[in-house]
Write a protein that binds this ligand. Structure first.
Ligand SMILES: [Zn+2]
Length: 336
């Protein structure tokens, strides 16, 4: 419909270029420098090891060790994730050791690994979690880094995704691997149009599932045993005004996300909530006039990326943003 073929973009998004892009973003926002240390062996030959350095009061300091394990291979868990091999403890001078895993298909011998835009977004996303671990400035391990509430933990990662889509970043780093030509504006415009396709449907389908999750978890215990799940679903959808012809993304009887463990009980909303926070949070940079605005980046580091769970999350967000989050930037981002 938008005449967009992801394959057209891939030659501009080599893994090497996108890694350089995300390191550059961390440099411009937080003053971090990534120095590859090929002499430090990872747990697999594919794993790259970096020293993460920064200048503090005129002095060059080691901030963290960062491991990047980007390729899929046999026996590797699928998906993408961040792990903290060692947490930061500034009081003891312990630097964090942070690992990002992705599952990109490795380019053939001698050829670059080319990413789709979604892959590049995943790279930025996990790197955002990585920054949450690397920049942690809390002394208590239980409060450090990503040990935050579930409805705050995706803010550092989803916020980081925004920089990938910035022209300042794409025009500089998304270069054709053969010609070094910058990605054409016309291709970026088609990508942007295609990204908003079907957002209305997706948002309703998701939101209704999140609302039904809330209603299910407020059924009193004594009534739960008697609950007819099909009738409950039907009544709730009618009460919520679900549009005709649409179904929940996950019908209650197989809504594993909610019931396989208690981790997401009454918490399916967190993904959408994180989008409210990340869109509103990124807007702070745009309002300040630049996606790399120094004061905003300083507050993002202090209150979002390094405070762990040492501040109440609502308070942390207000200290960063100067107010509570609003929903409008998320609607704008989705084209709604
Ligand atoms: Zn995440």
């Amino acid at each position: 419909r938008y005449n967009f073929d992801g394959g057209e973009l891939k030659p501009y998004l080599s893994l090497e270029a996108m890694t350089a892009a995300v390191f550059d973003v961390a440099g411009q926002l937080f003053g971090l420098r990534f120095v590859e240390r090929p002499d430090i062996a990872g747990y697999h030959p594919d794993v790259k090891v970096y020293e993460v350095r920064e200048t503090v009061e005129g002095e060059d300091r080691l901030r963290a060790i960062f491991l990047h394990d980007n390729y899929s291979r046999q026996n590797k868990q699928s998906g993408a994730w961040m792990s903290e091999l060692r947490a930061a403890c500034p009081a003891q001078g312990t630097v964090p050791i942070i690992l990002n895993n992705n599952n990109f298909a490795k380019g053939r011998e001698g050829a670059p690994t080319l990413l789709s835009f979604d892959d590049a977004r995943t790279l930025f996303h996990e790197f955002g979690h990585g920054c949450h671990g690397m920049l942690s400035a809390t002394n208590f391990l239980r409060l450090a880094g990503t040990n935050v509430l579930r409805d705050f933990v995706e803010l550092p990662s989803q916020l980081m995704e925004h920089w990938l889509a910035q022209p300042e970043v794409l025009k500089k780093h998304a270069r054709h691997y053969k010609t070094q030509e910058a990605v054409p504006d016309e291709l970026l415009a088609r990508l942007k149009a295609a990204e908003n396709f079907n957002q209305g449907f997706g948002t309703v389908e998701y939101t209704i599932s999140a609302l039904l999750d809330q209603s299910l978890h407020t059924v009193p215990g004594e009534r739960a045993a008697e609950l007819d799940i099909g009738a409950f679903e039907e009544a709730e959808l009618a009460r919520l005004g679900m549009p005709q012809g649409m179904a929940m993304r996950h019908r209650p009887a197989h809504f594993q996300h909610l019931f396989s463990t208690s981790a997401y009980a009454a918490a399916y909303y967190v993904y959408q909530w994180a989008e409210v926070l990340d869109a509103d949070g990124f807007e702070a940079f745009l309002e300040a006039g630049s996606c790399f605005d120094g004061d905003t980046a300083h507050r993002a580091r202090k209150y979002i990326y390094s405070s762990g769970n040492s501040l109440e999350p609502g308070e942390a967000y207000r200290l960063f943003r100067g107010r509570d989050p609003t929903v409008e930037p998320m609607l704008k981002k989705k084209g709604l």
